[in-house]
Ligand binder design. Structure first.
Ligand SMILES: [Zn+2]
Length: 254
């Protein structure tokens, strides 16, 4: 069964085979994405992939349940731009801790964090091990940005310098143009190309750009968005299939 978590009744949850059930918790953000994109961009992109992943084929007799999304994240780097909402790291950690804890209390063994915002990545993947240990449950992570490598093999996308596509650039703007064109104003799109040094932590977007774009938004097209969407959905589905196949029947960690 592939379903939205919130559509099931409690007896249906009671009867699910815990060894063959995987809960996906989608996590995004609400933050500035340049003058041409809405503050919900990471969340819209997440919704796009959630719906795409629901249409894929997975292991037979397994259950994949998509939980209600967390649409706020840790976006402190964008706080110089109005409209951004940033949770304190401890708030984000506490929410997921509670959700994973409830899943564990009801006997579930596998929670997959599907994350669309880079500012969440370090927190989610850094704390996953602690959640696993505390709740005796497997916590996995799929970060949408880890699906980008490989696009260089697609001729129309091979020019995109992935390390310099940091935020609201060609990739994210193309995805938005493909699925939510009415929310994109390309007359306001701009380009700011640079690569963050590896040692650069704790940066603010306004240290580098006054309009909030870190990438080449001007080069975005809906056609590139479709190519990106198809490539990333297929790659994410392959990761999910592998994860489910190698963990089906695997007991909890406790
Ligand atoms: Zn983001």
């Amino acid at each position: 069964m592939i379903a939205d978590y919130e559509t099931l009744s409690w007896p249906k949850f009671r009867d699910l085979d815990r060894d063959r059930t995987f809960l996906i918790l989608p996590v995004s953000s609400t933050e500035q994405n340049g003058p041409h994109l809405p503050v919900g961009t990471d969340d819209y992109i997440l919704q796009m992939f959630v719906s795409g992943l629901k249409d894929q084929e997975y292991e037979p007799d397994t259950n994949l349940l998509f939980m209600p999304r967390l649409s706020y994240g840790r976006s402190m780097e964008h706080m110089d731009f109005p409209g951004t909402v940033s949770l304190r790291p401890e708030t984000l950690i506490a929410q997921i801790d509670d959700i994973v804890g409830c899943a564990a209390e009801h006997g579930f063994r596998h929670v997959i964090l599907l994350n669309s915002h880079g500012g969440n990545t370090g927190i989610l993947f850094g704390v996953a091990q602690a959640w696993q240990k505390k709740h005796g449950i497997h916590v996995y992570g799929i970060d949408l940005s880890t699906l980008w490598p490989g696009i260089e093999a697609i001729p129309e996308l091979s020019h995109i310098p992935v390390p310099r596509e940091i935020h609201a650039g060609e990739i994210e703007t193309s995805l938005m143009l493909y699925r939510y064109p009415e929310l994109v104003d390309m007359t306001k799109a701009c380009t700011a190309m640079f690569e963050l040094p590896g040692w650069q932590t704790g940066w603010s977007t306004s240290d580098f750009t006054s309009d909030g774009v870190m990438g080449d938004a001007k080069a975005a097209t809906p056609e590139k968005g479709k190519l990106l969407y198809d490539f990333m959905t297929e790659k994410a589905a392959a990761v999910l299939r592998e994860l489910m196949a190698s963990n089906t029947g695997r007991p909890a960690r406790a």
